[in-house]
Design a protein around this ligand. Structure first.
Ligand code: DAH
Length: 349
């Protein structure tokens, strides 16, 4: 049955020609169905095997199987070839090496100042302080006049103030970007609710920019106004905060100072985290200065409509940036780095 062999070889030749013409993987698949599927010429050829004499059947059967395998192999090779061709046509950037490990997308976190604000707020909330907000742009009345710092008072120089170019208020004076959050003291009393145990955390602005100053920074300031509030209460609150925020091993020191709006006034120092209070190049004989505090001046209470004969108040407040940079281990040489938005710096904290 020469017929069978020639049918087989015709089929293969025909197949090879068709295979040359296909240009997509889908077409290759269609060709496979066409040549090897149930109704394909190949199956027809296989059916004609039954007419082959018995002694030749084995030989032809093997030839037919081999032809089938060759067709399958050719199809596979053509498919790979097409994929490769497509890949070659891709631009350099489009090519991907799927064996490379995936790219990890970086996950951000809160800015160090934001998380410090949250930490500070949480610590004070534990001892009953509520966070309140007072204006960051305010009449100079609140950060100055009512705090006994009149327009001509030399203490004004300590708060290098940005003025806002709007008409002045007849009584409350010019509008400023608040240089400290103490503007909240009288504003808080003006709400008319006593006792007060609250904290203002806000942006503050001063005309200063150097290694230890940024023109926009944050301050927090807390107040307690009630009957019988004493200096020892202030000391207790300060000690609680310092130990919670900086660690149990830190000590506090209240050093006499002067502020116009507190009497007595003091500055809060904490034992140096680097030398543990022994004295080193980073501190003043074992102490570092944190911020101001004091008992509210009777005039300030009066300005807020609170009778100093009945009530007394404590106040404390300072910069968040300074506080976070003083936390043990953080030795930030230039405070301005915090706002340069260099992720290599920020992601460390
Ligand atoms: N507001 C003052 C400043 O920015 C700091 C300060 C001092 C706040 C004494 C207080 C205080 O509450 O009692 O320099």
């Amino acid at each position: 049955m020469q017929d069978f062999s020639s049918q087989l070889s015709n089929l293969i030749t025909q197949f090879q020609q068709d295979l040359e013409k296909v240009s997509t993987s889908d077409n290759v698949e269609a060709l496979r169905v066409q040549y090897l599927g149930r109704k394909s010429p190949f199956q027809e050829v296989m059916r004609s095997l039954k007419d082959v004499s018995v002694d030749q059947r084995k030989e032809f059967g093997q030839a037919a199987n081999k032809a089938k395998q060759d067709i399958e192999a050719a199809i596979e090779a053509r498919e790979t070839d097409l994929v490769n061709k497509r890949f070659e046509r891709l631009g350099e950037e489009e090519k991907i090496d799927i064996s490379l490990p995936g790219e990890k997308s970086s996950v951000g976190h809160l800015h160090m100042v934001t998380s410090a604000i949250r930490d500070i707020r949480r610590i004070f909330e534990h001892i009953g302080f509520t966070q309140v907000r007072h204006p960051e742009i305010d009449w100079e009345w609140y950060p100055f006049e009512v705090l006994r710092i009149g327009a001509d008072h030399p203490a004004r120089d300590n708060w290098e103030t940005f003025f806002v170019d709007v008409p002045a208020h007849p009584k409350k004076g010019k509008m400023v970007l608040v240089p400290h959050v103490s503007n909240g003291q009288v504003r808080e009393m003006e709400r008319g609710e006593l006792p007060i145990r609250s904290m203002n955390i806000a942006k503050t602005y001063r005309r200063q920019s150097d290694v230890s100053h940024v023109p926009m920074f944050h301050q927090f300031e807390g107040w307690i106004i009630d009957k019988g509030i004493r200096l020892t209460d202030l000391k207790g609150v300060m000690e609680y905060f310092v130990k919670e925020y900086f660690g149990e091993d830190r000590e506090i020191r209240l050093r006499p100072h002067h502020f116009r709006f507190t009497e007595p006034s003091m500055e809060l120092d904490i034992s140096c985290g680097l030398c543990a209070g022994k004295g080193c190049s980073m501190c003043k004989e074992g102490w570092v200065e944190l911020g101001g505090a004091g008992m509210m001046h009777p005039d300030v209470l009066r300005a807020g409509g609170v009778d100093p004969e009945i009530y007394s108040g404590l106040a404390f407040g300072w910069g968040v940036e300074r506080t976070v940079s003083m936390k043990a281990g953080l030795n930030i040489a230039d405070l301005r780095t915090m706002y340069k938005n260099d992720v290599r710096f920020l992601e460390q904290f």
